[in-house]
Design a protein around this ligand. Sequence first.
Ligand code: CP
Ligand code: NVA
Length: 329
Amino acid sequence: MTLKGRSFLTLRDFTPEEITYLIDLAAELKEKKKQGIMHDSLVGKNIVLIFEKTSTRTRCSFEVAAHDLGMHVTYLDPASSQFGGKESVADTARVLGRMYDGIEYRGFAQETVEELAKYAGVPVWNGLTDEFHPTQMIADMLTIREKFGKLEGLKFVYMGDARFNMGNSLMLTCAKLGINFVACTNKRYFPKKDLVELAKGIAAETGATITLTEDIDEATTDADVIYTDVWVSMGEPAVVWGERIDDLLPYQVNEKAFEKAKDTAIFMHCLPAYHDRNTRVGEEVYKKFGLSELEVTNEVFEGPRSVVFDEAENRMHSIKAIMKATLSD
Ligand code: CP
Ligand code: NVA
């Protein structure tokens, strides 16, 4: 299998076999790293990271993975380049494509990362847009496979804001890999109709099911994975917190949400998470609304079902796999 020269913009563009190949490669590179086996096969290459939004995991994963592969990295924060201000996306893409072997982009519109990829002439990796977060998917699927030894046939329940990058990406990924996906939330937070139709079409071929429901008991019965994400994403105004809390608090992931799940069920979250008051935003929300835990309770987050830090570690191994697969001969 070769993915050389391909951009990684959304999993819509990849076959189940290609996605599985990336998960396998991530597992292999993780093992090499644990055993101290060098894997700097991309010595001499250079990559650039463009971040229009903040990041801990994604940026650090790209940097560490690139160094492990022998590559050099340039980081551009939202204020330090001409991108978008004095220079168009297409012009920036053509400039950076002359200097770098690959470009990572985190920002707002999916169209921006698509435009970069159209003009760069080198692989572009989507480090998160409002619509999709594809590198997170390889890490999440690797994590699930490590816990259950398989992916196909599992029941995956997503609770909370299912109409943003994480809900969209997880629905598509589950469909591609034969995982039964349930979005369990207030119906105003279901993924968009056209994406649901696309996912259902893919699921029909892989044997997966796609379910959208407001019924927590129905959704969580026999669940293998319960997943959530923040209720207000990067780029959304703080003023929406009130309505999000009203709409989504019933879909908070707490111990009750796990009552009907399988004994072996795990909790996942892409992070960062609001599970206590130890963050500036968490504290502001507490002062305004009196809630110290939002999308997930501290009990679940810190409890034995939680695999969130394995998941975070796997970001690095999977981003390494994506870069290696798209840059190697
Ligand atoms: N999960 C994730 O993308 O985290 P960062 O925003 O820290 O990169
Ligand atoms: N939905 C979140 C994901 C963060 C990794 C956001 O876009 O802020």
